[in-house]
Design a protein around this ligand. Structure first.
Ligand code: HEC
Length: 163
């Protein structure tokens, strides 16, 4: 019995270490833990999708944003969370988040993700956080659309400043 449990544990270990029970994108990037508590880089609104977004960053990302460091250092992680938009029931001219739509990540590792500008991409969709992409080639879609901002290390969002 002990041996079976041990074997099972060894078999499950990579999944536990990589994902910690969290969903994992086809390229091996797991849903980042604790991203909801990261600092806000900026909000955004996408008209065609009717999505309200917030772009968040881990400590490395926030420091690089503040200092204007480009390229972003290894360890930078940016998250973009999207919700469908709705009118506030008590104040309809206010547009507020409704349902969670998806969360996306960009993880900087210049060596590991050299082929896609040093960024690893991942997207998790809907309430069950379904990993996006049939296989690891989905990143070409992400990288392709981020190339207009190659000059800003493939990042669209700037730090929304306050006085
Ligand atoms: C059709 C174009 C397009 C595609 C495809 C796309 N993005 Fe983006 N992405 C954008 C734009 C534009 C922004 C700027 C903020 C916004 O749209 O709300 C952005 C912002 C981001 C951000 C915040 C950092 C930044 O660059 O501003 C992350 C993280 C991100 N995208 C991840 C992804 C991932 C992961 C994929 C693929 C699964 C992906 N994107 C595919 C256009 C795209």
């Amino acid at each position: 019995m002990k041996t079976i449990m041990g074997t099972l544990f060894v078999m499950l270990l990579p999944a536990l270490v990589l994902g910690g029970g969290r969903p994992v994108a086809p390229n091996g990037i797991p849903l980042m833990e604790g991203y909801r508590a990261w600092q806000v880089i900026a909000p955004s609104y996408r008209e065609d999708k009717g999505h309200i977004r917030v772009i968040l960053g881990n400590d490395t990302a926030v420091k690089a944003m503040r200092d204007g460091t480009r390229p972003f250092p290894d360890g930078t992680v940016l998250a973009k969370v999207a919700w469908t938009a709705t009118k506030h029931p008590k104040f309809p001219v206010a547009t507020v988040p409704d349902r969670f739509a998806q969360v996306e990540f960009m993880v900087k590792d210049a060596g590991k993700y050299k082929a896609t500008g040093g960024w690893g991409f991942a997207r998790f969709v809907g309430d069950d956080l379904k990993p996006y992409g049939r296989d690891a080639s989905f990143v070409q879609e992400c990288f392709g659309c981020h190339t207009p901002v190659k000059g800003n290390d493939y990042v669209f969002t700037g730090f929304a400043s306050v006085p």
